[in-house]
Write a protein that binds this ligand. Structure first.
Ligand code: NAD
Ligand code: UDX
Length: 471
């Protein structure tokens, strides 16, 4: 097998950046160059004061140690490709917005463009690794493109190596992965390429955690893992609706069922709905795949996971309106948290966006505070969510605040949309004093101590618990 000494990663995003920075840190003998077409993103990765383009705990330390030593960020995609023996393709694969499969299928345009670039530029043999999440059998299309365009004496071996990191814990996930999955063809060359990549990971990942499987299994396992994780959340959220109606407590139910070692305690936190760039996109992709394979029952089964998530968000907004005496028109609502989960500045598919849009259409005023999300990002997301409303009108209804206390001032209700730890440490007595009465708190993340807040005077509504009035 080829001994890898130069790696290029195409795509300096949430996956390519942290993943390849950790490879560089753990493999000082390998030169890692991360390339991207987006100049400002590359500039941020290279910024002298380490103002990196993404917020991820521990990432700055990793980049600080490796950057300039054996880790480089550049917009020179061609040079990166030419010099490398192994190339990760870690570009975005969003849901298609138009054309065949719109709303479901993955948009593979970026993967194809990157692949074509590799074919055009490469003057020597390369191992090409699919890092992006892609539909099953994409590797075959990549191989066809590469082989049809390659120069004589250039061989391309394609591997699938999906990424399982979660945002907010990316660095610990990469340092100690549950498993690294590598898929290859079962030919001699395929198996050798697989060994080359496995050797890279073996610098810090124990052998028994490096799993090697067939290419198609590897591609499908990534979609399957995300679908099953999201399904757990939709299941617990479906149960949270039953809890609210019956007086059962979703935390107690989750605790009780999680004790069953076959079920396990993780990923059973009821919430206002899952967000993030992956779950919905990957399930819709699986739905599309199932439909293309003429498996409508399978497609319907997975689609329901996304529908339950939409229902959960709608149900939560409705509960806010119902509780505030059936109208929030002209009332001020403080939304704490805008990111799709804690410890990230990422807002893609964040439940907060849907909630705020619902509050806007009820003609409420909304104050938003998030400790990490940039102001500009919030405006972008809100205008994208309501394309027909001019940004000036949105800005009349929505205010972005710089602290939780400021956001809650003169509000009728506080909605906790992201489980940021700092919301636990807020001076809730102070918040109470500044709010209109009765002062309501809606905990969409099972974060705060409802009893403590009730003692202060708040009327607290929690996901998966009956409303105070009904109790
Ligand atoms: P991202 O949008 O943050 O980053 C992708 C980057 O690729 C962008 O900076 C873009 O400019 C660049 N790019 C696109 N086409 C290019 C080209 N032809 N040449 C050079 N650069 C190009 O996306 P991400 O969140 O890092 O996701 C990347 C892939 O990883 C997706 O397929 C996603 O499904 C998958 N994934 C994401 C996560 C996650 O937590 N975000 C986890 C696992 C897997
Ligand atoms: C997910 C997968 O976990 C990861 O393996 C994959 O590589 C990418 O997609 P990510 O989206 O970054 O990672 O975060 P994750 O922790 O999975 O959370 C996704 C969403 O589910 C968040 O909105 C989170 O708040 C929500 N969630 C998670 C719950 O509502 N309840 C839970 O118990 C867990």
């Amino acid at each position: 097998p080829v001994k890898v000494s130069k790696i290029c990663c195409i795509g300096a995003g949430y996956v390519g950046g942290p993943t390849c920075a950790v490879i560089a840190l753990k493999c000082p003998h390998i030169t890692v160059t991360i390339v991207d077409l987006n100049q400002s993103r590359v500039d941020a990765w290279n910024s002298p004061d380490f103002a990196l383009p993404i917020y991820e705990p521990g990432l700055v330390d990793v980049v600080r140690q490796a950057r300039g030593r054996n880790l480089f960020f550049s917009t020179d995609v061609d040079k990166g490709i030419e010099e490398a023996d192994l190339i990760f393709v870690s570009v975005n694969t969003p849901t298609k917005k138009s054309g065949v499969g719109a709303g479901f299928a993955a948009d593979l345009n970026y993967v194809e463009l990157a692949t074509r670039r590799i074919a055009t530029v490469a003057n020597s043999s390369k191992i090409v690794v699919e890092k992006s999440t892609v539909p099953c059998r994409t590797a075959e299309s990549m191989r066809t493109i590469l082989e049809a365009n390659s120069k004589p004496n250039c061989r391309f071996d394609i591997l699938s190596n999906p990424e399982f990191l979660a945002e907010g814990t990316a660095i610990t996930d990469l340092f100690k992965p549950d498993r690294v999955l590598i898929g290859s063809l079962e030919t001699r060359e395929g198996v050798e390429a697989c060994q080359s990549l496995a050797e890279v990971y073996a610098n810090w990942v124990p052998q028994d955690r490096i799993l090697t499987v067939g290419l198609w299994s590897s591609e499908l396992s990534k979609l399957a893992a995300n679908a099953m994780l999201a399904q757990r959340i939709s299941s617990i959220n479906a149960l949270s609706a039953i809890c609210e109606a019956t007086g059962a407590n979703i935390d107690e139910v989750a605790h009780a069922i999680g004790y069953d070692s076959r079920i396990g305690p993780k990923f059973l936190k009821a919430s206002v709905g899952f967000g993030g760039s992956c779950f919905q996109k990957d399930i819709l992709n699986l739905v599309y795949l199932s439909e293309s394979l003429h498996l409508p029952e399978v497609a319907a089964y997975w689609r329901q996971v996304v529908e339950m998530n939409e229902y959960q968000k709608r149900r939560f907004s409705k509960r806010v309106v119902d509780t505030l005496f059936n109208t929030i028109t002209g009332k001020r609502i403080a939304v704490l948290g805008f990111a799709f989960k804690a410890d990230t500045g990422d807002t893609r598919e964040s439940a907060a966006i849907t909630l705020i849009k619902d509050f806007q259409s009820e003609r409420a005023f909304v104050n938003i505070y998030d400790p990490q999300v940039e102001e500009e990002q919030i405006w972008n997301d809100l205008s994208e969510a309501s394309p027909l409303i001019p940004i000036e009108s949105i800005k009349k209804q929505v205010t972005i605040c710089h602290s939780a206390i400021e956001a809650c001032k003169n509000a009728e209700a506080v909605v906790i949309a992201t489980e940021w730890k700092e919301f636990l440490e807020i001076d809730w007595e102070e918040v109470y004093k500044g709010m209109n009465k009765p002062a309501f708190v809606f905990d969409g993340r099972l974060l705060v101590d409802a009893e403590k807040l009730t003692k202060i005077g708040f009327k607290v509504t929690t996901i998966g618990r009956p409303s105070a009035v009904a109790a």
